[in-house]
Ligand binder design. Structure first.
Ligand code: HEM
Length: 381
């Protein structure tokens, strides 16, 4: 299989049928592949529902958690209530001093990286960046990130024992909720303890479900994006120069990386009732997949989809999803990735890849390049 096939393994099926009937651990799930169809299905939550605890991710997560993640595993109006509750937290990156904190964090990481002969980017740069930046979003001390860094690149799947990892996260969240200062606290856990929906306090499972998603979502996605952007500019140094001082170009480049990489391949929905997908009959309660990665390489929408064009505009990618569940963490992800690109341009003069091990999403019916298991580079100031 060529590199290009692993970047867009859905091309043939997208062009021929628009649907790939794929097997995920014994469950047959039709994947919607075309941009227009994915967008339409993402809108139709009355048909393609998210009200499905543990079953929105594919494969499903019954084995690694026992609470419904919120707001992602709910439909309106419940979804809207939880999302509205969380918006003030997730929109913190828009505050003027927030970007400066992210910039300072990345400047420190680049300084440390350039002071060494070599650095392993995934665990030595991207993981600490993601976790420390998350402390800013959650209003917690930066030291809190040290424990989170110990969980690895994925809260469930980095290592052998996914169930044990799920239990570790659950214990951590329960402990943090218990320890929160409900009266005076300003951090995420204190806010959850004080929060209300419909005039009532949140249940403990709702608080855990929100925190679980907050730690799980936006972890490997950010880490893969950071690592792949660094690898890209190691190979295409000349493209960085044009970006250095231009915020608009950096914003375009960030969207293009999210489109091209599509860090989250797809997500599930459960059919509320029997539905026809192309020639495929989907029964009530069966799952379908919204394949963001395929939609983002749809040649009907993107010219030369297999090419990174840093000035691509318009760029209606679905990397952050579409419809009511579009990514709540997108402002955080953008703040990180934009700052990274800018500082790679201004704070480094060369990046050389010394070694890499790619990470693929391996399924019965496709193999997709998502990121790196490890990426060893030499970074020069
Ligand atoms: C490049 C990085 C990221 C990518 C590609 C990404 C992708 C996505 C996608 C595709 C969805 C839609 C899910 C659906 O329709 O069911 C989503 C939802 C979500 N993401 Fe992200 N995400 C990223 C970063 C983050 C970060 C950093 C956080 C948190 C700190 C986060 C938190 C969430 C939450 C809470 C939702 C659910 C929103 C809702 O249900 O209303 N994401 N993300």
């Amino acid at each position: 299989m060529s590199d290009q096939d692993c970047i867009d393994p859905f091309r043939a099926e997208r062009q021929a049928h628009g649907i790939l009937i794929a097997d995920f651990v014994g469950e047959t799930i039709p994947m919607i592949l075309r941009h227009a169809d994915v967008r339409q299905a993402a809108k139709d939550w009355t048909i393609f529902s998210s009200d499905a605890p543990m079953r929105v991710p594919i494969p499903s997560e019954e084995g690694v958690r026992s609470v419904r993640q919120l707001p992602i595993e709910a439909d309106p109006p419940l979804h809207t209530q939880f999302r509205d509750l969380l918006k003030p937290i997730f929109l913190r990156p828009l505050a003027p001093d927030y970007q400066a904190r992210i910039d300072a964090l990345i400047a420190r990481l680049i300084e440390a990286a350039t002071a060494q002969p070599e650095i392993e980017i995934v665990r030595g740069f991207a993981l600490p960046l993601q976790s420390r930046a998350l402390t800013y979003l959650l209003g917690m001390p930066e030291e809190a990130a040290e424990e989170w860094i110990g969980w690895g690149t994925h809260v469930f799947h980095d290592g052998e024992d996914s169930t044990g990892k799920g239990a570790t996260l659950d214990r951590y969240i329960r402990g943090a909720l218990d320890a929160a200062d409900v009266v005076h606290g300003t951090d995420f856990f204190a806010i959850l303890r004080r929060a209300t929906v419909d005039g009532r306090a949140l249940t403990i499972d709702e608080m855990i479900g929100i925190a679980n998603l907050t730690f799980a979502g936006g972890r490997d996605t950010v880490i893969h994006s950071v690592s792949r952007i660094i690898a890209y500019f190691a190979a295409h140094r000349e493209e960085l120069a044009a970006l250095a001082a231009d915020h608009k170009r950096i914003a375009f480049a960030t969207e293009e990386f999210v489109r091209f990489i599509s860090p989250l391949t797809h997500i599930g929905r459960v059919c509320a009732h029997r539905t026809q997908l192309g020639s495929h009959d989907v029964q009530a309660d069966e799952r379908i997949s919204l394949c963001w990665a395929s939609a983002n390489h749809d040649e009907r929408v993107f010219e030369d989809p297999g090419v990174v064009r840093l000035d691509r505009s318009p760029n209606p990618h679905l990397g952050f999803g579409s419809g009511v569940h579009n990514c709540l963490g997108a402002t955080q992800a953008r703040a990180i990735l934009r700052s990274l690109i800018q500082q790679l341009a201004t704070q480094t003069s060369a990046i050389t890849v010394l070694g890499e091990e790619r990470q693929y999403e391996e399924q019965t019916d496709y193999r997709r390049w998502v990121g790196f298991e490890s990426l060893l580079v030499h970074m020069e100031r």
